[in-house]
Every structure is written in C-alpha cells, then in structure tokens.
Write a protein that binds this ligand. Structure first.
Ligand code: GUN
Length: 288
C-alpha cells in the first residue's frame, strides 16, 4: 500500500512555483497576485482562506484578503467583483464558497472574468475543461489529477467510481477522469444520493474518488483488493483536542487502507493539493 502524500507533493509543487516567482521577480516584474473574497464569519471558510493566503506568502506571491460582512447585498458583492475584474494589479481571485443564502452564488460566479477565474468555476472555464481545451481547472479536481499523475497511478482503461456530484469536485473530476488524456481514459461511474446499490458499483471499482462529506461512508466491505482510494471528504468532528475538532474523510482509512494499492490520508491528502493547484492557476493567470 502506498500513501498518496498530498502534503509532500503540494510542497514539491510550491517549491517549483517559488522558483518561477524568483525568476519573474529577477527580471524586474512584480510577483503574481491572488485575491480572495470571503463573506461572513464561517469558521471553516476562514481557515481555508487563511491557508490560501499563507501559501501565497510561501511562494512569493502577493495576496489580498477581502473580508466582507454577511449583511452585504448581492449588488454590492457584484460591484466588488467588477472592481476585481478591472484591477490590473490582480491576476486572479476567488470568491470563497459557500456564500450566504440571500446571495445567488451562480450569479456571482458568472460575473467573474473567466481570465481571472483561478477557481475554474465560470461556465466558460468549466466548458473548456470538459472539451479538453487549455483553461483553469478547479483546484480540487486538478489536485486529484496531479496527485495521480505524480505517483504514476494507472487510470487508463480502469473503472473509476466517483461518489458525489457537486459542481466543484464530483462532477468535474468525473469529466477529467473520462477525458482522453493522462491521467484519464477511465470508464467513469458518477454515484450520488439517488444511486441505488452503491456497494455493487464500488466493489467493481479500480479507483474510488469519494467527495461526499460523510465520515466512514466507504467501508472495507465496499472495496475490492488493490483499489485506489482518493478521499476528498473534510468533515469537522468534535474531539477533546485544543482545537476542539478533528478533520475526517469519507473513508474508514484504518480498514480500507489494508485492501488498497494507493490511498490518500485525511488530513494530508487532497486538501493540501487544492491549495497548491490554486497557486499554479494563479501563476498561469499571471503568465497569460
Ligand atoms: N469552498 C470549498 N472549496 C472551495 C474552493 O475550491 N473554492 C472556493 N472559492 N470556495 C470553496
């Protein structure tokens, strides 16, 4: 069994990016600049955005964190998005999700300039991704593909079962795994909350990508020997630690890992890869 070590791989990627930034700055240019918009005080979102901003510092990017009240109206937020689209000192930006329920997230994401959409959430970029055209690929699906790539995990001709059909993970990664490319060329089943007999499907899977957010959903009786497991779950579960919680994935790691050929841990698997790929997209936005 090999651990797909997202922490180490993301550090490798960040070091590569830092070298590119040094070269850019040595030529007299300003460094790439990522901005992040966060609305409200959701603890998990603040943590994620904080990590994104810290990662910028680490590779030598400039970063701007824009914290807005959860009382902001949709039109005020649209104005902020317009401002960011027009600001030439910012190469790319993200609007952290989820947004408060009085704001139509799709309306906001559609207003982001596709050339600055380093999250890859705009329909133009999502469409290009589906068509195998150069674009920004959303950070989490991109991170999964990069991890499989760097560990030379064979995906061609394999049966991949993706669990969860979210717009930001399950659906895009199901498309990427089926694309005619490497990694890719998989036969993909996209399972979701209405799927019947999910165990029948997972037992046939060579690769399982679980992006559900339900702790211990994938158990050892659901997987065959030699399976590749990518666990995208990040659920906060209360515990006695100083923080008061721990992060757990969708997979019963202790038991499933015994049957796996490759497996991502949680934490330290897909999570850190997401941040590294966001930085990669921002570098790409700068170089455009
Ligand atoms: N919320 C959870 N994941 C993400 C992400 O990758 N990008 C943004 N903008 N919000 C998120």
């Amino acid at each position: 069994m090999t651990i797909l070590d997202g922490k180490k791989t993301s550090n490798d990627i960040k070091s590569e990016i830092a070298i590119s930034v040094k070269e850019i700055v040595a030529k007299g240019s300003r460094p790439p600049h990522l901005a992040a918009v966060i609305v409200g005080e959701d603890g998990a979102s603040l943590t994620y955005v904080g990590s994104k901003v810290r990662a910028c510092k680490r590779v030598g990017f400039e970063s701007t964190l824009i914290k807005l009240s959860d009382k902001i109206t949709e039109s005020e937020l649209l104005l902020k998005v317009k401002e960011l689209n027009e600001n030439n000192a910012i190469d790319g930006y993200i609007v952290q999700l989820p947004l408060p329920s009085h704001i139509n997230s799709q309306k906001i994401l559609m207003a982001v300039d596709p050339d600055k959409d380093v999250d890859g959430f705009h329909p133009t970029n999502f469409g290009k991704m589906a068509l195998n055209l150069p674009t920004f690929i959303s950070a989490t699906p991109y991170g999964i593909m990069e991890l499989l790539n760097r560990y030379n995990v064979e995906t061609s001709g394999k049966h991949t079962v993706v669990i969860g059909r979210s717009d930001i993970v399950g659906r895009p990664v199901s498309i990427l795994m089926s694309r005619k490319s490497n990694p890719g060329n998989s036969t993909v089943t996209l399972a979701h909350s209405r799927t019947k007999n999910i165990k029948e499907l997972t037992l046939q899977a060579d690769i399982i990508i679980s992006a559900l957010g339900t702790p211990d959903f994938v158990t050892k009786d659901m997987v065959k020997d030699g399976v590749v497991i990518v666990d995208v779950g990040i659920t906060r579960v209360k515990d006695d630690s100083k923080k008061g919680y721990k992060i757990v994935g969708d997979v019963d790691f202790e038991n499933v890992s015994k049957k796996s050929s490759y497996i991502t841990p949680v934490p330290g698997g897909v999570g850190p890869m997401t941040i590294a790929m966001l930085l990669k997209n921002t570098l790409q936005a700068f170089l455009k």
